[in-house]
Design a protein around this ligand. Structure first.
Ligand code: SF4
Ligand code: SF4
Length: 247
């Protein structure tokens, strides 16, 4: 379970995140039947991945939400990657609640940032925006349309966040910055591994997703050794710059 005990300043920090919004597209779910919370589409015929959305939580975020927000009693699943003698962990739960936020679940930072992954440099300057969901990243690579119009607003949000850095300054706190930068490493590693898999990329439609799902769940679409190496380099830089220690 989550045994993290938050310091008082961490509670204040996660409370601020909890009360913040980063994407302002009021009512966008009405245009797509909450596509990003359901992923129900004949174009993405998952056979093993359960229906519904996935909520990702940073461990300290989960510690905060478990105490002050709403999570189900079920244990979260954990994604892990090793670096040095440590393990970076990301928690996730399936959200099968038909987009009924705030009944069973408090929205996570991941949900609040959807569909974008802000890409910061180590100084906390926003350099780019990428897609935060592996489904959207994949759909873009295979040139498959999804019903999400917000995905097409990348330029708008990049400009807005760069011109108003105070609107995303919370995300540059070292713990969250580290996770977002790891997210960017993971994104690029995945894109490279997927696009190098010419056999998979040559498939289309159902055939593509059927094979993709198996390879993805087996961890075959990530170069793990490279991922861990790149996280180690990032960690050394974060440690040097911020005295950052991952715990
Ligand atoms: S972010 Fe996109 S997919 Fe999600 S509810 Fe809004 S329009 Fe639909
Ligand atoms: S918590 Fe809300 S926004 Fe996040 S996946 Fe579930 S229904 Fe969607």
């Amino acid at each position: 379970m989550n045994n993290l005990t938050l310091l008082s300043q961490e509670i204040i920090y996660w409370q601020k995140i909890f009360n913040s919004e980063f994407i302002f597209e009021t009512g966008c779910y009405k245009t797509c039947s909450s596509f990003c919370c359901r992923w129900e589409s004949k174009d993405m015929p998952f056979r093993i991945i359960p229906k519904g959305g996935t909520l990702f939580y940073l461990p300290k975020e989960y510690a905060y939400i478990s105490e002050y927000g709403k999570v189900t009693e079920l244990e979260p699943f954990k994604m892990k990657a090793k670096f040095f003698d440590k393990e970076i962990t990301l928690y996730y739960k399936h959200c099968n609640d038909d987009a009924n936020c705030n009944i069973k679940f408090s929205r996570s930072l991941y949900c609040k940032l959807y569909p974008f992954l802000p890409v910061f440099d180590i100084d906390g300057n926003l350099k780019d925006i990428k897609y935060i969901s592996v489904y959207d990243v994949t759909a873009e690579i295979i040139k498959q349309k999804t019903p999400c119009y917000v995905k097409d607003l990348k330029e708008k949000y990049l400009k807005h966040w760069q011109e108003n850095p105070e609107t995303i300054s919370l995300l540059t706190e070292p713990y969250t910055l580290f996770y977002l930068m790891v997210g960017n490493i993971l994104h690029d590693n995945y894109v490279k591994t997927l696009t190098n898999n010419l056999e998979l990329i040559s498939l289309t439609g159902n055939m593509f997703w059927k094979k993709w799902e198996k390879l993805y769940l087996a961890g075959k679409l990530i170069n793990k050794a490279q991922l861990e190496h790149d996280i180690e380099i990032l960690y050394l830089e974060m440690n040097k710059k911020y005295n950052f220690v991952y715990e």
